[in-house]
Design a protein around this ligand. Structure first.
Ligand SMILES: NC(=O)c1ccc[n+]([C@@H]2O[C@H](COP(=O)([O-])OP(=O)(O)OC[C@H]3O[C@@H](n4cnc5c(N)ncnc54)[C@H](OP(=O)(O)O)[C@@H]3O)[C@@H](O)[C@H]2O)c1
Length: 328
């Protein structure tokens, strides 16, 4: 095999805007088929990307010798069942964030892929931003000294009307914590190369019945002693900001294509330029390399599972009104 044949399950807004173009451009693979619910839209999307094959029922893609891997870009409640199905048919899986609705589902997905001998990657695409890569490099080189505090925020207010499932607990699992906070948690652990030890959460309104929270703040204590504060919401305009404070300096950045980082060290402020590129394409190229036996799994299932364990604990923290220790 020298090229991965890809199919996209749930090729809706994100699939069409970001994933399909990225697969088409990524080295080491090709887009062969897409699946989505409405046949008219499936036909139209296939035409847009010049594909001969499309389907409404994913089995029509999976049961054939048509694709080697699927990118699951369906709403969150479908991530686990579609991963189990893909594994049953021997297809590798790149599943969108959040990996699942909860950690229990995440464990089942990992077990099914391992039993079937297929690879599982979680689509934590924010790791592939040039700013994240640079931040991890600086932190791991010790440029900022010991990291004492981290402030992360991700907010988003638009297009909820087009994707009403984001507000339905049964389909989304939760609100901004599941949708946006999962990026913050993942990047926090990735940049620091650390795990969350305890979580204390505040949400407004609380996730309850069929409804999800609209705002969420987390206070986290990390294994290596860092304290982190995360804020995510569906009530402020789109922004994605990070600040890392260490004993030797501070790093501030926005996750936006091409945005420079501000590094404050030795009482001097330096702007660090980063290259511009499509981070989703980088994500797919990294998995293509892994599937072709040329590199490690960039975001293995166990990383997605850890994020879900922290998210489960955050909802528990709100219910109980106390800090929760994560049981890995
Ligand atoms: N990594 C990132 O930065 C990023 C960014 C955006 C989204 N995402 C993730 O991508 C996934 C999909 O998000 P999206 O915005 O692309 O969603 P979307 O466009 O609303 O839907 C994706 C697909 O699911 C189908 N669908 C919509 N509502 C459904 C429902 N209630 N039940 C079953 N199927 C339904 C759509 O059907 P039709 O074919 O009929 O339209 C479409 O095929 C989510 O897991 C989200 O977290 C990731």
């Amino acid at each position: 095999m020298n090229k991965i044949r890809w199919g996209i399950l749930g090729c809706g807004a994100f699939g069409q805007r970001a994933i399909a173009p990225a697969i088409v451009k990524a080295a080491g693979g090709e887009l062969v088929s897409i699946q989505r619910r409405r046949v008219k839209l499936a036909r139209k999307t296939a035409r847009e990307f010049g594909l001969k094959h499309f389907c409404v029922d994913e089995r029509q893609m999976l049961a054939e010798d048509l694709v080697d891997a699927v990118f699951i870009a369906s709403p969150n409640a479908l991530h686990a069942p579609q991963t189990l199905l893909a594994a049953k048919y021997g297809k590798h899986v790149l599943v969108e964030k959040p990996m699942s609705l909860n950690a229990a589902e995440g464990r089942k997905m990992m077990a099914a892929c391992s039993r079937a001998g297929v690879k599982l990657m979680v689509g934590q695409c924010s790791r592939f931003y040039a700013q994240t890569v640079k931040a991890r490099e600086l932190v791991q080189q010790g440029k900022l000294g010991k990291i004492q505090a981290v402030y992360l925020s991700f907010t988003f207010v638009g297009k909820l009307a087009d994707r009403s499932w984001l507000l339905e607990r049964k389909v989304a699992g939760g609100g901004p914590l599941m949708d946006l906070g999962v990026h913050l948690l993942d990047n926090l652990c990735f940049v620091l190369n650390d795990r969350v030890k305890t979580v204390s959460a505040w949400m407004q309104p609380r996730r309850s019945g069929t409804k999800v929270e609209k705002e969420c703040a987390l206070r986290l204590r990390m294994n290596k002693g860092t304290v982190a504060q995360l804020y995510c919401s569906y009530t402020s305009p789109g922004s994605h900001h990070y600040r890392f404070l260490g004993t030797k300096g501070e790093l501030a950045m926005q996750l936006r294509d091409g945005a420079p980082l501000d590094l404050f060290c030795d009482y001097r402020l330096k702007q660090l330029k980063v290259p511009r590129y499509d981070h989703v394409r980088k994500e797919i190229e990294a998995f293509n390399r892994h599937l072709l036996g040329k590199g490690p799994n960039p975001v293995p299932g166990k990383d997605g599972l850890r994020n879900m364990q922290v998210i489960d604990a955050a909802y528990r923290s709100v219910e109980k009104g106390q800090e929760i220790r994560i049981a890995y």
